[in-house]
Design a protein around this ligand. Structure first.
Ligand code: GLV
Ligand code: MN
Ligand code: MN
Length: 483
């Protein structure tokens, strides 16, 4: 069987083809599989650990859910705790010493030959969105543990030049508290102590949830979770791409150049609650109709930022250009009170998730959006409050780590396919990752793994078994540079 026919196309060209990609995904799968005649054998012990066992673990973890019939694990939920225990067992199986910290992050560490050397941290998250796929987060944890297990079996785990620590972070999706990165931000030392008092929809705080799980956290010991930057060499994260670029390029792995900045807003619109049959249309202060107008405004602004931002001077040419290429905005959650078909609502609340590569540009959009939202609310005689719930600036991955991960990916693919003709692709991430929080502590690098049709945050999320194998081999190759 021939080696995959890698197509030579620039990432930018591919991005512009985004819309065509879902149609092409079936055709692209023609170049999807690796040669059985590859140098690394999937049937030897290490091949089985990196591929079959890793895939089996992804499936097993994917069944650990709080919901019947779909995957959901939010911060410290019963399923998250069960998932953490499962991962902890796999960490021990890989020869790591394990513990759970006071935010619920699960750690596994091997000291290697020099316990005092700066440690390489490898991580991703164990929480999921609602109705999630099984690879988002889990793939990064499991591929790291598979690679370490191989080092344990081949007797080199103790010969590592520096400590290696795998961290399964407790909260990257932010579904329960809308804050994201509760775990990695604590380790990086950027989680404000006020985060302990954020409450979920039922009024339970982060601190309460931890206490329910027998974890007593105070403001003081939250601060102690921060790692000393001098004790850390760098942070690496493997993650599914969650987009279509690698599939279209015909590459199982890619190196991440940077991660888009993001903001989450909560918009609350209050009007006059009333009877759906008796209040004349001209006399209503309807927050639902206002919210609809606000959401359409958001969509227009994010589709055509140039039309909104270029005239009034708070956005320069570079950021408007970069915004046009990368700005994405989403209203993913909306709720209304009292939510009955014969009642004009008294209140409507919705979330806004806004991302861009350019931080200044993102700020300009939020400024403009808020201004125009308040004007709409005033015109409609409803009140509006725009709350900022979360901000993370864009991150550029470390250039040295990028080259090392590129070399590791190259070596993995070469082992599998025999020969690689083209450069490992480098791409930007529109999705948020724990690496964003960890960049406040240390240099970060990320490796992306191809997924089917670019689909993620969906049960349709899929990674080929061979690509799971490629990810494990790449982590192994990267770890071997620390022997
Ligand atoms: C996490 O998956 C995010 O980008 O929201
Ligand atoms: Mn996710
Ligand atoms: Mn993720």
């Amino acid at each position: 069987m021939a080696v995959s026919p890698y197509t030579r196309r620039s990432v930018m060209t591919i991005l512009f083809d985004y819309l065509a990609l879902s149609l092409l995904s079936t055709a692209a799968s023609a170049g999807y599989m690796f040669s059985d005649a590859g140098i690394s054998s999937r049937s030897d012990l290490f091949g089985k650990i990196l591929r079959d066992e890793a895939v089996a673990r992804l499936n097993e973890l994917g069944k650990v859910s709080d919901a019947d019939g779909y995957l959901e694990r939010t911060f410290m939920s019963p399923a998250s705790v069960r998932a953490g225990n499962l991962i902890r067992g796999w960490m021990e199986d890989a020869g790591l010493r394990t513990w759970v910290d006071q935010m619920g992050n699960v750690h596994g560490r091997v000291e290697g030959m020099n316990a005092n050397a700066a440690a390489l941290l490898i991580g991703s998250h164990l929480d999921t969105v609602v109705d999630a796929g099984i690879f988002d987060g889990s793939l990064g944890i499991i591929s790291a543990l598979s690679a370490l297990k191989v080092l344990k079996i081949n007797g080199t785990l103790g010969k590592l030049r520096r400590p290696i620590e795998v961290i399964a972070f407790c909260d990257e999706e932010g579904v329960r508290f809308q804050s994201t990165f509760l775990g990695s931000a604590a380790v990086a030392g950027i989680l404000p102590v006020t985060a302990l008092q954020i409450s979920d929809k039922s009024g339970v705080t982060v601190q309460d949830v931890l206490k329910e799980n027998s974890i007593e956290i105070s403001e003081e010991n939250l601060l102690q979770l921060k790692y000393d930057p001098g004790s850390v060499w760098g942070y690496v994260e493997v993650h599914i791409e969650q987009g279509p670029v690698l599939e279209q390029l015909g590459f199982p792995l890619g190196v991440v150049r940077g991660i888009a900045g993001q903001t989450r807003l909560k918009v609350t619109v209050r009007g006059s609650q009333g009877h759906a049959g008796t209040v004349p249309m001209s006399m209503r202060q309807d927050p639902m109709a206002a919210a609809a107008e606000l959401i359409v405004l958001l969509e227009r602004l994010c589709k055509h930022p140039k039309d909104f931002l270029s005239f009034d001077g708070h956005c320069n040419d570079i950021s408007t250009e970069s915004l046009s290429n990368s700005l994405v905005c989403t209203v993913g959650e909306i709720s209304t009170w009292p939510s009955a078909s014969n009642v004009i609502p008294g209140q409507v609340t919705f979330t806004v998730d806004l991302r861009a590569m350019d931080d200044m540009g993102r700020e300009s959009v939020i400024y403009e959006l808020s201004n125009q939202m308040y004007q709409i609310c005033e015109r409609r005689s409803v009140s509006c409050v725009v709350d900022r719930k979360h901000d993370a600036n864009a991150v550029i991955c470390d250039s040295e780590l990028r080259s090392q991960l590129k070399a590791a990916a190259y070596s993995a693919l070469k082992k599998m396919a025999g020969e690689i003709q083209d450069e490992i692709p480098a791409l930007m991430s529109g999705a948020g990752h724990d690496a964003m929080a960890m960049s406040h502590l240390t240099k970060v690098g990320m490796l992306f793994v191809r997924c089917r049709g670019g689909i993620s945050h969906s049960p349709a999320e899929h990674v080929l078994d061979d690509d799971v194998w490629a990810a494990g081999l790449a982590v192994l190759a990267f770890l071997e540079t620390h022997l």
